[in-house]
Design a protein around this ligand. Structure first.
Ligand code: F6R
Length: 248
């Protein structure tokens, strides 16, 4: 795992956008795996600006998002469909239908999950997977558990995740309690992974990801087994790691 420590959130966002720009310039038909949450917002802002300035194009690219709440209206302002429209899709030039966000109405989740995995495979898998990390070490909504789930699945969200996400809703009672998420298999099969963590509230999760045991109880720790991962941190998120021990 390559670890890069940047001064602050702005620098992390800039470095991440530059990596995406380089990959798209080299391979315009890149298949991107995309994340929601606060962390990638600055990167999306930069990518939208680059696209508007003609410095980058998503015309031949495809994207697959990591997850979506179950039981939320697709047009709810906090659905991940709305989030992606607001922060990226409405501002860049993806071809119609080239960007997918998981969706199930809950009636036949197994079928919806299998169809999503089939679409990722049909696209040739993910070339560049963007990730954030939960304060409990989750990636996508693969929550700490006894075992990893390889495939896309519906999962109950941990109390800590519900608490963390309550900031986007009027009250904690409004936060959906389950989500459709890609499994660890989709993520680990990506050719390249870019994971970002910013802010002091991520310092413990980052420490356990980098220095702790590789365990499904810290889902992000398994990324240490992937051959091509870049971890972008700001100073606050990096504050607990042993800088002497990391290769960057
Ligand atoms: C979002 C996702 C989550 C977030 C994580 C961090 O699609 O899959 O794993 O990356 O919860 O969220 P933020 O960035 O809001 O701290």
């Amino acid at each position: 795992m390559k670890i890069r420590i940047c001064k602050d959130y702005e620098e992390v966002s800039k470095a991440a956008a530059e990596i995406v720009r380089e990959r798209l310039a080299a391979h315009p038909d890149t298949v991107l795996g995309l994340a929601t949450g606060s962390t990638p917002v600055g990167m999306y802002e930069r990518l939208a600006k680059m696209c508007q300035e003609g410095r980058i194009s998503f015309r031949e690219a495809k994207s697959f998002n990591l997850d979506e709440y179950v039981g939320i209206a697709i047009d709810h302002p906090e659905s991940y469909h709305s989030f992606m429209g607001r922060h990226l899709f409405d501002h860049v030039d993806f071809a119609p239908g080239a960007s997918r966000v998981p969706w199930t109405n809950g009636e036949n989740p197994l079928k919806d999950c299998a169809e999503y995995d089939g679409a990722v495979s049909a696209a040739g898998g993910i070339d560049l997977q963007i990730l954030g990390i939960g304060s409990n070490g989750h990636i996508a909504f693969n929550e700490p558990a006894d075992d990893f789930t390889e495939e896309t699945h519906v999962t109950e969200l941990n109390e800590s995740t519900i608490r963390d996400n309550a900031r986007f809703f009027n009250s904690i009672a409004e936060v959906p309690t389950s989500a459709m998420t890609v499994g660890m298999g989709v993520i680990m099969k990506a050719k390249e992974i870019l994971i970002m963590a910013t802010g002091a509230n991520k310092a413990d999760a980052v420490y356990r990801m980098v220095h702790g045991g590789i365990t499904p109880w810290v889902p992000a720790s398994v990324l240490r087994l992937h051959p091509n991962v870049t971890l972008l941190l700001d100073e606050a998120a990096a504050s607990k790691i042993d800088r002497g021990q990391i290769q960057s």
